[in-house]
Design a protein. Structure first.
Ligand code: SF4
Length: 578
């Protein structure tokens, strides 16, 4: 397999392809190749919104070849945190990159006018996007579907107005229902005047040992569809966690003032499924189909004129725009998700920013003159919809501050104790205990998905673990996810890809690795990412933990600053950091 990187310069309009066999041999692909390319392309201190800041999209050796190896990783300098930006998306992108023959795409520079990139195999064109600049992310997809070739093997990724206007947590919509949601990739697109990227390909993928390939493929496929992975993610989907975490007192509610939501049943996954579920979809190459789409019916005129909007939902948006804002209806949450989809905002950051603003207003840190009379109050869906639109259009200093993230807004207006960010990234929907907090602090992208601290807390709630054991688990996950994310599989199916299955599937495409080599790779990838983070100013000894985490009882009971500090001390020691 020839392993190539496509380089595109938006300033000059030029592009070229380079074989980078050594890069992929040493770093596998996906996140391993992504971080090395970022180090090559992004000098220390680069402004994340400058032409010099690169966008790197990369896949791994199994994408498009084995089931559930469906993701693409974007690596960039985050406009939100100022350090490592890393985000994963499914859809058809990894398949389209595979068929176009590019394992990584590096985008440099800034176009002189709104543009989009069109890639078909090795042909790259930079096209005028003036007529779609300012248009919402969904309509942009509809327009490009009409204009571009490659149906069936094509992926369309695009930003909405939030990315164009450089909201620091703007995302990139991928094939309508998937996203590069976190850490502001949409703003990086916007800063390059890059509205979209369309990619398709016709290349053939050879596997060296067809018989072995078939055997391993069938084994992985069967494991995916015959184990509880299928039941867990396909049936109700991740939103099944709303009821579970609510009962266990781990569901953040009203900006983490509470850890359970008395109205939780009304916004449970079961309720969404019963009343709004319209269909389920899959990323290309996945037999599970966890993408749940709701039909949201809304009146647009008198005399019973309705439109039906299709809105995807899962656990995180229901937490961030639901329980976290005290929203008591599934329909209200779908309306707020829909605003984020159209404008291209990351739902998690947007929800946390609004919940901080609601509390800041209640406490008198801001007034209605800042909110421009928008009623930011728990459960006020109309008010929150207007506030989301204002974050994008930024009509005054207050909304400009909200567009920079909750850490920045709280620095300016006060309320840091309840500004729910860790490592400057708005937090995910788990108030499960110390491993979740520490996991997001130490994680390379400050995400719950870096090391699943929330899951370690839940295990510890059943069978107590001391801080050292929890840290060991975090480190093990940090490292092993580095390997899996260099493949780049869907984390929902990480149980399918055991070490043995990874070795076998790599063997079937001609890559020979031992268990020790994989473990070493995971550790090296983690270290390279930390090297970049530290270079850009991240310092684990100066991270902020919002006091609210210690005030509200979690699923594991009260968390104390001493426990968190002890775990951080053990973590640094085990990593060999002073
Ligand atoms: S489990 Fe869901 S997110 Fe993962 S690849 Fe399948 S459809 Fe996509």
């Amino acid at each position: 397999m020839l392993r190539k990187v496509l380089y595109i310069d938006l300033t000059s309009g030029e592009s070229f392809i380079q074989e980078r066999q050594e890069l992929f041999e040493d770093w596998m692909g996906g996140t391993g190749a992504g971080i090395k390319l970022l180090q090559e392309e992004c000098p220390s201190g680069t402004d994340p919104l400058s032409p010099e800041a690169p966008i790197i999209l990369s896949i791994g050796p199994l994408n498009g070849i084995f089931p559930v190896a469906t993701k693409t990783v974007a690596t960039f300098k985050s406009p939100l945190t100022g350090e490592l930006g890393e985000s994963y998306a499914g859809g058809r992108l990894s398949l389209a990159m595979r068929f176009a023959g590019h394992e990584a795409i590096v985008i440099r520079g800034r176009a002189d006018r709104p543009s989009y990139i069109s890639i078909n195999d090795s042909k790259v064109e930079i096209k005028d996007a003036t007529s779609i600049w300012g248009i919402d992310a969904q309509t942009t997809g509809v327009v490009l579907r009409e204009h571009e070739t490659g149906v069936g093997r094509r992926s369309i990724i695009r930003i909405g107005p939030a990315g164009e206007r450089l909201v620091r947590y703007a995302g990139v919509v991928v094939d309508t229902y998937r996203h590069f949601g976190r850490l502001g990739l949409g703003a990086t697109f916007g800063s390059k005047r890059l509205k979209a990227l369309v990619i398709s390909g016709t290349e053939h993928v050879d596997v060296p040992d067809a018989r072995r390939y078939k055997e391993v493929y069938n084994r992985l496929y069967k494991t995916a569809v015959q184990t509880d992975v299928m039941e867990k993610y396909h049936d109700i989907g991740t939103s099944v966690n709303i009821n579970v975490l609510n009962w266990l007192k781990g569901l953040p509610t009203k900006n983490f003032i509470l850890s359970s939501f008395p109205e939780g049943e009304k916004i449970s996954g079961e309720m969404f499924a019963e009343k709004y579920l319209f269909r389920r979809l899959s990323c290309a190459g996945c037999p599970i189909g966890c993408v749940h789409i709701a039909a949201l019916k809304s009146a647009f005129s008198t005399h019973h004129e309705f439109e039906v909007r299709k809105v995807s939902y899962d656990y995180e948006p229901i937490y961030s725009l639901g329980s976290n804002l005290g929203v008591e209806s599934a329909e209200g949450i779908l309306q707020l998700i829909d605003v984020c989809e159209r404008t291209g905002l990351d739902v998690m950051s947007a929800g946390v920013v609004l919940s901080w603003a609601t509390e800041a207003l209640e406490k008198g840190l801001i007034t209605t003159s800042e909110t421009l009379d928008v009623p930011m109050q728990w459960n006020n869906v109309e008010g929150y919809s207007r506030a989301l639109e204002n974050i994008v259009t930024a009509p005054n200093e207050f909304y400009q501050a909200l567009a920079r993230g909750v850490d920045y807004a709280a620095e300016k207006y006060g309320g840091r104790d309840f500004a729910m960010a860790l490592g400057k990234n708005e937090v995910s929907g788990y108030h499960t205990g110390p491993a979740s907090i520490v996991g997001q602090l130490v994680g390379v992208r400050h995400s719950h998905l870096d090391n699943a601290g929330y899951s370690i807390d839940q295990k510890a709630a059943k069978k107590p673990m001391d801080p050292e054991r929890m840290v060991d688990e975090l480190i093990r996950e940090d490292n092993s996810r580095g390997v899996f994310n260099s493949l780049v599989g869907c984390l929902f199916a990480r149980g399918v890809y055991t070490e043995e299955n990874i070795i076998d599937s790599l063997g079937a495409v001609g890559i020979v690795k031992t268990g020790e080599e994989l473990q070493d790779l995971g550790k090296r990838i983690f270290e390279e990412k930390y090297k970049f983070k530290v270079q850009e100013g991240f310092d684990l000894s100066h991270v902020r933990v919002p006091k609210r985490f210690y005030e509200t009882v979690s699923l594991s009971g009260s968390v104390t600053p001493e426990t968190v500090e002890e775990m951080l001390r053990i973590y640094r020691k085990k990593r060999g950091w002073s």
